[in-house]
Design a protein around this ligand. Structure first.
Ligand SMILES: Nc1nc2c(ncn2[C@@H]2O[C@H](COP(=O)(O)OP(=O)(O)OP(=O)(O)O)[C@@H](O)[C@H]2O)c(=O)[nH]1
Ligand SMILES: [Mg+2]
Length: 638
C-alpha cells in the first residue's frame, strides 16, 4: 500500500476559508488540531447614492462613453477653487482648512519635506484602496460626509463603532473611508457565488391496482444550477455590484414517485465589465489566486457547476436488493467569495498632472463628454471615449484622474486608477504648458508612473504639450521642447481647447497602438484560454476516488478523523433517514479500506471515529460520529 500525503481542495472548504463569519473553520482539520500524533494517507489506485446601474453604452459600439460621475462640483472640496484661474502642480497653494495646532503644522511641514514640494496648505487625501464597498448601507451619510472626509490629510478616516453601543472600554474598531464608496466600488467588488445544490432522490414504490408490489419507483433529484460569469460589453464599471453581491443558482428539484426525476436548478449568470479580473477572495488582506481574466464582450465562463442530484431508490435496485429503501441527498453546490477587479480595456491612456487638459483632449478627439473645469481633480473616475478614424479603425481612449507627486504612496487619486493603464498599448502624457515649470511637471509624473509600476514607464508614450494658445505656454514651449529633445523625446504641442494639434497627437498615438498590436500578433499571445478551468477543477475533485483519504488522531479526546474529498462527498450525500443508508455506509468504509487503516493505526474500543470533514454549521449532515467497537475481530459501528 503506497502512503503519501494528499491535498484536497474542496470548493466548500475553499469557501469556508474565506472571511465568512458563518463558517469560521479552517480548511483542514489537521491544521486546527495540535493534538494529532498520527497521520497516514492511503492512496491505492492513483495518486454616496449609488446611481442606479448607470446607463452605460458599449465602449466598442462607436459611441463614446462617459462614466457615471460624482456629485456636482459644488460639493467637492476644491470648489473654492472655481474662481481661481490656474492651479499648478508645483504651486498648489490651496488653503481649505486652517491648521491651528502645532501638531498639525508639524505634520504639514514633514509632508512637504518628504515630497520636496510646496503644496502649501493644500490638503491631500490619501486613497484607501483596501476599504470595501459593503459598508454602503449608510450611503446617504457617506454622501454628506463626502467633502469633509476627503479633506483629511490622514486619509479621511471615519471612526465607526463596531458593536455600536458605545460601551466604555470596549474595543472600537476604526473603519477607514478614504474616498466615497462610488469611487471605491468603481473598479472593485467582492461577491459571493454559490452553485445550486442537487435535488434529493426519494424512496417510493409503485402501487397500482393489480400491481401490489410494483417495485421501487423513487426518482432522482435534479442537478443544481450552474454559476456562469459573462462579459457584458455595455458595462464599464463594477458599480452594479454595490447593490447585489450574492449570486446563488437554483437548487435542483427533488425526485418524485413514478420514477419522475427532479428538474434542473436555474443557472445564474454574473455579468461583469470587459477587463475584469476575478480572484478567489483571500484572508489576511492578501490577494487570492487569479481565477479568470475576462477581456472581451461575450466571453462566458462556467465558474461553478451545480451539485449532482441525489439518486432515488429506483436507481439502487439490484439483483440482490430488489426493494432498496435508500435514496441520496443532492450534492451540495460549491460556493466561493470572489474579488473582482476591473482593469479597463483601453488602447490609449491619457495621463498627466491635475488640470493639464486631459479631459479636454478626450472631449475633442471623441464624442465623450467628460467634466472639464479649471481645478485639479475634476476627473474622479476614469472616462472612456472611442476615437474613430474611418469605418473600421477605432481605438478606445481612457482619460484618468490627475497624478500628483507622491501618488504612488497613495496621495491624490491617480494611483488608484493607474492600474487601468496597465492594459493600454500606449500612453499620452499631457503636460500643462502654462505651469511654471512644465519640465518639472513632466518629470514628476514620469517618476510616479515608474514608482507605481516600472512596466508602465516602459510602455510606448508620447508627450503632448498643451495650452499653446496661452502666451506663457507658447513662451516656454521652445525650452521645453529642447529639454526633451536632448533626452531623445520628440514632444507634440497642441491647444486642446482650440482643437489645434490634437489630430496629430491622436494619429501618432494610433500609430503606437497599431505597432504594438502587430508586435503582439507576432508574439502570438492571443492563445485561446480555457475559461472553464475552475469548473473543471471542481469536477475533478468530485471524481476523486473514495479510497483516497487521510486519517488523523486527536489523542485528548480519542477521536479519529477520516478525511478525503471522495468520502466527504459520499457522507454529505448519504441520507441517514433510510435504514439501508447505514448499511451501505459501513459497506463502503469496509471496501475502501478505512477499517483496515484504523486498525493498523491502533484504534481502540470506544474511540470515536469522525468520517468526513467537520463543518461548523452543518455537522449533522456532513459528518458521522460513530463510537467504534470491536467484537471477535469484526469491526462494527454502533
Ligand atoms: N487655454 C487653454 N485652456 C485649456 C486647454 N486645455 C484645457 N484647458 C483648460 O484647463 C482646465 C482643465 O482642463 P481639464 O480638461 O479639466 O483638465 P484635466 O487634466 O482633465 O484635469 P483633472 O481632471 O482635474 O486632472 C479647464 O479649464 C480647461 O478649459 C488649452 O488648450 N488651452
Ligand atoms: Mg479631467
Amino acid at each position: 500500500m503506497a502512503s503519501s500525503l494528499s491535498i484536497y481542495i474542496s470548493p466548500q472548504a475553499l469557501a469556508r476559508n474565506t472571511p465568512n463569519p458563518r463558517n469560521p473553520l479552517p480548511r483542514k482539520l489537521s491544521k486546527s488540531n495540535p493534538n494529532h500524533h498520527h497521520r497516514i494517507t492511503r492512496t491505492t489506485s492513483r495518486d454616496f447614492h449609488p446611481p442606479p446601474p448607470p446607463p452605460l453604452s458599449s465602449v466598442s459600439g462607436g459611441d463614446a462613453t462617459t462614466y457615471t460621475r460624482l456629485p456636482p462640483k459644488d460639493d467637492f472640496f476644491l470648489s473654492s477653487l472655481h474662481s481661481s484661474t490656474e492651479v499648478k502642480l508645483s504651486e498648489l497653494n490651496i488653503s481649505t482648512r486652517k491648521i491651528e495646532n502645532d501638531e498639525s503644522s508639524q505634520e504639514e511641514e514633514l509632508f512637504d519635506e518628504n515630497l520636496g514640494l510646496s503644496y502649501g496648505k493644500f490638503e491631500l487625501f490619501k486613497v484607501n484602496s483596501d476599504s470595501e464597498c459593503e459598508d454602503d448601507d449608510n450611503e446617504d451619510e457617506e454622501e454628506e460626509d463626502y467633502g469633509g472626509e476627503m479633506l483629511g490629510f490622514e486619509g479621511g478616516e471615519a471612526g465607526d463603532v463596531v458593536g455600536g453601543d458605545g460601551i466604555e472600554g470596549e474595543e472600537v474598531k476604526e473603519k477607514e473611508k478614504g474616498v466615497p464608496a462610488v469611487m471605491r466600488c468603481f473598479d472593485r467588488a467582492k461577491i459571493f457565488v454559490k452553485a445550486g445544490d442537487g435535488g434529493n432522490g426519494v424512496v417510493a414504490f409503485r402501487r397500482e391496482k393489480y400491481v401490489p408490489f410494483g417495485g421501487p419507483s423513487g426518482g432522482d433529484g435534479g442537478r443544481g444550477g450552474n454559476v456562469y460569469v459573462e462579459v457584458d460589453g455595455s458595462m464599464n464599471s463594477l458599480l452594479p455590484f454595490r447593490q447585489n453581491i450574492h449570486f446563488r443558482a437554483g437548487r435542483g428539484s427533488h425526485g418524485q414517485g413514478k420514477k419522475q426525476n427532479g428538474a434542473k436548478g436555474e443557472d445564474v449568470v454574473v455579468k461583469v465589465a470587459p477587463g475584469t479580473v476575478i480572484r478567489e477572495a483571500a484572508m489576511d488582506g492578501e490577494h487570492g489566486e487569479v481565477l479568470l481574466e475576462l477581456l472581451y464582450p461575450g466571453q462566458r465562463a462556467l465558474l461553478l457547476p451545480g451539485g449532482r442530484g441525489g439518486r432515488g431508490n429506483a436507481s439502487f435496485k439490484s439483483g440482490t436488493n430488489k426493494v432498496p429503501k435508500i435514496a441520496e441527498i443532492g450534492e451540495e453546490g460549491p460556493e466561493l467569495w470572489l474579488e473582482l477587479e476591473l482593469k479597463l480595456v483601453a488602447d490609449v491612456g491619457i495621463i498627466g498632472a491635475p488640470n493639464a487638459g486631459k479631459s479636454t483632449l478626450l472631449s475633442v478627439i471623441s464624442a465623450a463628454q467628460p467634466a472639464i473645469a479649471n481645478y485639479p481633480f475634476t476627473t474622479l473616475l476614469p472616462n472612456l471615449g472611442v476615437v474613430s478614424f474611418d469605418y473600421d479603425s477605432t481605438m478606445v481612449v481612457a482619460d484618468l484622474p490627475g497624478l500628483l507627486e507622491g501618488a504612488h504612496r497613495g496621495f491624490g487619486l491617480g494611483h488608484e486608477f493607474l492600474r487601468h493603464t496597465e492594459r493600454c498599448s500606449a500612453l499620452v502624457h499631457v503636460v500643462d504648458g502654462s505651469s511654471q515649470q512644465p519640465e518639472y511637471e513632466f518629470d514628476a509624473v514620469r517618476l510616479e508612473l515608474e514608482l507605481f509600476n516600472p512596466e508602465l514607464a516602459e510602455k510606448p508614450y508620447l508627450v503632448a504639450y498643451n495650452k499653446m494658445d496661452l502666451l506663457e505656454a507658447s513662451e516656454r514651449w521652445v525650452s521645453f521642447k529642447e529639454n526633451l529633445q536632448a533626452r531623445g523625446i520628440e514632444p507634440f504641442c497642441m491647444s486642446a481647447v482650440m482643437r489645434e494639434g490634437t489630430h496629430e497627437v491622436i494619429c501618432a498615438a494610433y500609430e503606437l497602438v497599431r505597432k504594438r498590436m502587430e508586435d503582439n500578433k507576432e508574439e502570438g499571445w492571443n492563445n485561446p484560454v480555457n475559461l472553464n478551468h475552475v469548473a473543471d477543477m471542481v469536477q475533478k475533485q468530485r471524481t476523486a476516488p473514495i479510497n483516497e483519504f487521510e486519517i488523523s488522531h486527536e489523542s485528548s479526546t480519542n477521536t479519529w478523523h477520516v478525511v478525503g474529498s471522495g468520502l466527504q462527498r459520499f457522507v454529505q450525500m448519504t441520507n441517514w433517514r433510510y435504514i439501508d443508508s447505514e448499511r451501505r455506509f459501513q459497506h463502503v468504509l469496509e471496501a475502501c479500506g478505512v477499517y483496515k487503516s484504523l486498525i493498523k493505526l491502533g484504534v481502540n474500543e470506544g474511540d470515536t471515529v469522525v468520517v468526513g470533514e467537520v463543518h461548523g454549521d452543518g455537522m449533522a449532515r456532513l459528518c458521522r460520529q460513530l463510537p467504534i467497537k470491536f467484537e471477535e475481530g469484526v469491526n462494527r459501528f454502533n
